[in-house]
Design a protein around this ligand. Sequence first.
Ligand code: FES
Length: 319
Amino acid sequence: MSRAGDSREVLVSGMRLEAEGVMSLELQALGGEPFAHWQAGAHIDVHLPSGIVRQYSLCGDPEDLRHLRIAVLREEKGRGGSREVHDSLRVGQVIRIGEPRNAFALAPATSYQFVAGGIGITPILPMILAAERAGVPWHLVYGGRSRRSMAFLEFFVPRAGEHVEILPADEFGLLDLQRIAARSAAGAETYSCGPGVLLDALTARFAEQELQGRLHLERFAAAPLAATAGEGDLTVILARSGREIAVPSHCSIMAALREHGVDVPSSCEQGVCGMCETRVLDGEIDHRDMLLTDSERARNNLMMVCVSRAKSARLTLDL
Ligand code: FES
């Protein structure tokens, strides 16, 4: 699978306030060279002028290879990337972006159900275009804090009723997980993106009904570093020097490496970009990234050291 790497310059050709706190950016290929083909569910690295790199889902039309669109939720308590987009970035600026990568691809199915929470609507929108073009029946459950905070409603409102349920929490309360699971029990593959609490609740409900195989999720960030047995005892061994580094339970492997002067390339630090991919020579990996496929995980020879840890007490890295 492709990882972070190549980047290219693009023009910010449009910015639009899509909802309260949600700004969309239209990015135009420079020099008339079209963008590479991408599939619904893909995301890109966006290199902001300050040097911050963030990942955003593509939410435009995959058939328009002259433009890409992303949408950015302003997060006051975030790490600064979204504030830079909202406060400083302007139409006419040139920025760099990475090639589209996809860890949330839409697999063929006879029907789809999409469940979006807030800004999680972004990867879902091109999925709906893809389902419509393929003639596959689909249904969207779109939740958010309030209508004012929910982006792209003008796309969905004309479709409401038959295909679309728009369910802001201040009008309708929490999403009805039982109805969502029932649609998958009837055969729909469910794709969901949104806040962790929504995805955790869906995961639990689908597991209860043994529907895990029909649930496909994209998280905004990696799962939290839940404590596991023996986690505090993790020791990382650097194969090339023989050095041993203790990784405290509250600390990522990447942070422990840095503390000991070992630099690992990184970008997202959330398990979504692949920049910190590291070869593992010995030990059992506890994968917590959003990037590796099941078969890549099963090989137990690569890990994202920004979020993943170990099931064994020792892990030997090719560093
Ligand atoms: Fe992005 Fe680790 S830094 S996956």
